[in-house]
Design a protein around this ligand. Structure first.
Ligand code: MN
Ligand code: MG
Length: 315
């Protein structure tokens, strides 16, 4: 999931009526469908979970977060058993203290490698706001049901523009690095820890123009970095694979970008992004044999503009 923006229920609070185009409660049915289909599955969120609808504003500005409170979007996410999440730019909209209270209630780790309380001489010397990465140690069942260990690295990134967009909250308190510079520093460390694969939770969109310092939408170039094996993109509120992106490096058939599996799952829970990896056990390590990215929408819109919900098929 990406860019949930506090859309937990399929409900439009502005119109004050139910809506089939949004809500993690709807995406959840597809998550369960995938879990039922796949032999091995891990669920990730790509950030911008906290802000974006009246419920988010109500909690931040009226109700507040007392010690021990679980924010409703976190409550929904906790129920769905995420393996990890990352920070989006909108996580900082209500200030650092509020964000820390919200994140304290998450039952999954939140990673981000390019936001620091204090910058060091190099990215790896930064005193980071949250952990830069997570190593998920799990077991994968093969086609015969035999289990093998997997060490999966999960690293996160957010646009450094948070420093301008939330200057009132962040100035002097948090610092941000260029996404690609942070990745080039941290990914080798993650590989040194002996992970089999690295997934980037990249709260950043797809922009195939030349790399620039502080680039907001860096996921295209992130995919090209050695040591990153799959990229979960977001922030642009678009869908990949789709016809929205084309040109060199974009393969809409497999969903690969710069030769790496990638996905972008819309916004407000509109889609579940799926990166299906076929791994091969070679000696005591894993090799990526094939990949296919897809997005599964929670609704379809007919020629008459009529919306029909598409709920996951599972029991
Ligand atoms: Mn967003
Ligand atoms: Mg964003």
């Amino acid at each position: 999931t990406t860019d949930l923006h506090c859309h937990v229920q399929p409900y439009d609070y502005y119109a004050d009526k139910p809506a089939d185009t949004m809500g993690l409660a709807r995406t959840a049915s597809i998550i369960e469908e995938i879990r039922a289909e796949a032999t091995n599955a891990l669920l990730f969120d790509n950030g911008d979970y906290l802000q974006g609808n009246p419920m988010g504003d109500y909690i931040a500005y009226s109700k507040g977060m007392a010690a021990g409170d679980i924010h409703p979007v976190i409550a929904g996410m906790n129920t769905l058993r995420y393996a990890a999440g990352t920070l989006g730019n909108h996580e900082f909209n209500y200030g650092i203290d509020f964000l820390e209270k919200v994140n304290a209630g998450a039952n999954f780790p939140i990673v981000c490698a390019n936001v620091a309380r204090k910058l060091g001489a190099s990215p790896r010397e930064d005193e980071l706001f949250v952990r830069p990465y997570l190593i998920v140690e799990t077991e994968l069942a093969d086609g015969a049901g035999v289990k093998h260990p997997l060490k999966l690295g999960v690293i996160g990134f957010v646009p450094p523009q948070i420093l301008q967009w939330d200057r009132a909250h962040l100035e002097g308190n948090l610092f941000a690095r260029d996404i690609l510079q942070a990745a080039r520093a941290w990914v080798p460390q993650l590989r040194e820890e002996g992970v089999d694969l690295v997934v980037a939770l990249a709260h950043t969109g797809l922009d195939a123009s030349a790399e620039t310092e502080g680039m907001e939408n860096a996921a295209y170039h992130l995919a090209a970095i050695e040591g990153i094996d799959a990229v979960i993109s977001g922030h642009q509120h678009k869908v990949w694979p789709s016809t929205e992106y084309e040109g060199e490096g974009f393969d809409a058939e497999t969903g690969q970008i710069m030769g790496k599996p990638a996905v972008m799952a819309g916004f407000w829970g509109s889609h579940l992004g799926v990166i299906d990896l076929m791994l091969e056990r070679v000696g005591d390590s894993w090799q990526l044999a094939a990949s296919q990215s897809t997005v599964r929408p929670i609704y379809t819109r007919g020629d008459d503009r009529k919306v029909t919900a598409l709920l996951g098929d599972y029991t």
